[in-house]
Design a protein around this ligand. Structure first.
Ligand SMILES: *Cc1c(COP(=O)(O)O)cnc(C)c1O
Length: 375
């Protein structure tokens, strides 16, 4: 007999908290814009996903070439070589490292390992979209704390912790606002968090901090066993397409997350590339130099145009315009993709990734045309 159950009835197999998830909205891909507007892909500049405008570390690319012969084999599910490289770089033991298919994977592993339906997680207004998504996917309740000056309000976040709170998510610098909390203030906050609540500290943009702001959270792990620090190779290392991230935490937490992790969650090329990229200090130095120069340029140029910006510490800057919809679309028609962030509670702002100098100048010229069309 043919099965006659309706798709609507089948959908009810999924719990209500899954059915009510609003899917992640990624930056608009170059290929979409090319197709929709009849443009050549090479004429489009994407400044929408905080990718590295210099591309990937050349050492990572070379390492991938040498590893292409290994593709028939399963990757090393234990990630021995990469964990050794990470433990050396961050002065932690390999047992304190977990590898992820992007740092997104680490955030989700933390949520799936430590939270269940009925628990709660605390995060800020304007926080990274993955925090509410990972929380909702396990049926936990998200407690969104009002932002202070667009950033994490640490005192309010502490006050929001309830008996059922299992974790706090916090990105530093924060995305999409770009705000930053100095290391000592963050460490003082971690000290005040109840010991049975995990602090998931997302350092996706840590490599971009100026020397005067940079801090090392790895030593905190020894003092506070309730931290999970997530890192990514998608941003400064220029490997977003490979999906590579990692987490640092107490060995016991890592052991639990490893039980939930897919056995081969990270692919071989990503691991090989990551080992090479983590050792490519020259590439990171150049990426930081280009980013510092671009961020300075954009800050000056936004100020000249009387456009309000949010203090930026990563590889992007968020600015206010008269009409985000019209400016976003006018930029698109000129082949410049930026990121609307209405979904993050910032309907009057657009976020632009720092590009090369040529890309930044092209963005500014396109912005002037877009705003002139407004008048
Ligand atoms: C981009 C970004 C990441 C990185 O995600 P991946 O899965 O590693 O690509 C993580 N956290 C924040 C806040 C980000 O903006």
């Amino acid at each position: 007999m043919t099965n006659t159950i309706s798709p609507e009835a089948l959908a009810k197999l999924a719990p209500h908290y899954i059915r009510s998830i609003a899917a992640y909205q990624p930056g608009k891909p170059i290929s979409d814009v090319a197709r929709e507007l009849g443009m050549r892909e090479t004429d489009i500049v994407k400044l929408a996903s905080n990718e590295n405008p210099l591309g990937a570390s050349p050492k990572a690319i070379a390492a991938i070439h040498t590893a292409l012969g290994d593709l028939a084999m399963y990757p090393d599910g234990g990630g021995f070589a990469l964990k050794a490289a990470i433990s050396k770089k961050y002065a932690v033991s390999p047992e304190q490292v977990i590898l992820g298919n992007g740092s997104n994977d680490i955030l989700e592993l933390a949520a799936r390992t430590f939270m269940r339906a009925g628990d709660s997680a605390v995060y800020s207004q304007h926080a990274f979209a993955v925090y509410p998504l990972a929380t909702q996917a396990v049926g936990a309740h998200g407690i969104e704390v009002a932002a202070k000056n667009f950033g994490n309000d640490l005192d309010a976040m502490l006050a929001a912790i309830r008996a059922d709170t299992k974790m706090i998510f916090l990105a530093n610098p924060n995305n999409p606002t770009g705000t930053f909390i100095p290391g000592p203030a963050l460490c003082a906050f971690v000290k005040k968090v109840p010991q049975n609540v995990l602090v998931v500290l997302d350092e996706a943009y840590g490599e971009y901090l100026k020397d005067s702001d940079a801090y090392d959270s790895a030593p905190w792990l020894a003092e506070f066993p309730n931290i999970v620090v997530s890192h990514t190779l998608s941003k400064a290392y220029g490997l977003a397409g490979l999906r590579m991230g990692f987490g640092l935490a107490h060995p016991q937490l890592i052991d639990l997350m490893n039980r939930v992790r897919q056995p081969f969650n990270v692919n071989h090329l990503a691991m090989v590339a990551a080992v090479a990229a983590l050792g490519d200090d020259a590439f990171i130095a150049e990426s930081r130099r280009v980013n510092d120069a671009g961020l300075s340029l954009l800050k000056i140029e936004f100020a000249k145009r009387d456009l309000e910006t949010i203090p930026a510490f990563g590889n992007f800057i968020t600015f206010k315009v008269e009409s985000t919809k019209r400016v976003f679309e006018a930029l698109l028609r000129q082949g410049v993709i930026v990121r609307p962030i209405a979904g993050y509670g910032l309907p009057d702002y657009l976020r632009v990734t720092i590009g090369t100098e040529a890309q930044n100048r092209r963005f500014l010229a396109a912005l002037d045309i877009a705003r002139a069309q407004e008048k």
